[in-house]
Design a protein around this ligand. Sequence first.
Ligand code: NAD
Ligand code: IPM
Ligand code: MN
Length: 376
Amino acid sequence: MSSDGARVANILLIPGDGVGPEVIREARRVLEWLCGNRGLKVRVGERNMGIGEYERTGSLMSDEAFADAMAADAILFGAFGGPGREKVPHEHILDRGLLGLRRHLDLFANLRPIKTLESLSDTSPMKPEVARGTDFVIVRELTSGVYYGEPRGIETLSDGSEKGTDTQAYTTGEIERIARVAFALAARRGGRVCSVDKANVMKSGVLWRRVVTRLATEEFPGIVLDHMYADNCAMQLIIRPTQFDVILTDNLFGDVLSDGAAAIVGSLGMLPSASLGPEGADGTRKALYEPVHGTAPDLTGKNAANPVGAILSLAMALRYSLGRPEDADLVEDAVDRTIAAGVRTQDIAGSTHTPVSTPEFGGAVLAELDRGIGKV
Ligand code: NAD
Ligand code: IPM
Ligand code: MN
């Protein structure tokens, strides 16, 4: 409890592997700035999970860390994976790795906002006239589909060769609940949902399309719903990204399409995400916030990673878990102004800017926050 009797939220930082600790350190500085300057009251804990932890202890995550993660109001996560991952049994990853956290917390709704910054048009790989004005959200189903479907495994056949199996499966209820998230989000934005599947080849896709179509008619008649095959969507993202408002898709297509969408913004290091659970009776929901990127083994230990995805993930936590939309605006604004001022990590520096280090970028965001006090 805080002195005014309000319940203090628990935020758990889990830096993870690779560049995870480097980018979460910068997000933590922003969080501490908000506590110091904006009266934000939160209890901040830190635990670890990942390959490094596994190599040290034989477990991806200690029981204590797991219990803290289950109890947290919001988790801010760095990255999972990288060298050594192949030594960890897949069942253990499904239980105690990132996939385990997603499943145990029932974080079925993964929101990945894709928004271009005008200030990055000089270094983006896209033509400015194509990328300009891009502003959509990928709503990715996160706790089912081929990531978790059974049977799964590698078996030896009678001729000595091997067979690898994964199962793509979705139930009506799983499709309905993620579709409701997408439709409700679209209702607060541009009113359009593009549902992406492979109904032309997959039975799970046929069901996906049928359920999404029925739900739109029954519950969201005001929303304009289109369907698109995933392969076409990959191309449409590149040739006309401004056509999208909300993209609704499954676990695997959402994973692949979001990395593709990162190129529109300019770098994978720029994208944040929120993974949300179902709303409880008290109106709260479990949540994990993480940049979309991975451990970036090529950058690890070089202080060169872009921390924007992690810092904007904190902004999403402020918005969705902490009831602090004005602080979220403040952070997003400070990041925009930092980049517009020409402060760039190497991935967004192009040939026109001298790259700064990860902590230098974080420091520049704090300086912008200092300048912006009272503006929002
Ligand atoms: P990756 O996202 O780590 O890297 C892909 C490319 O993007 C690399 O060129 C990297 O340098 C660049 N990049 C990534 N993050 C960046 C940042 N913050 N700033 C600047 N550039 C950045 O993907 P990968 O190389 O395919 O995978 C490496 C490991 O990360 C794998 O083990 C993979 O499973 C894991 N991974 C984890 C997550 C996660 O934790 N959510 C996401 C994706 C991949
Ligand atoms: C992501 C990542 C993860 C995924 C990996 C690390 C399991 O690529 O969050 O996009 O595939 O979901
Ligand atoms: Mn991914």
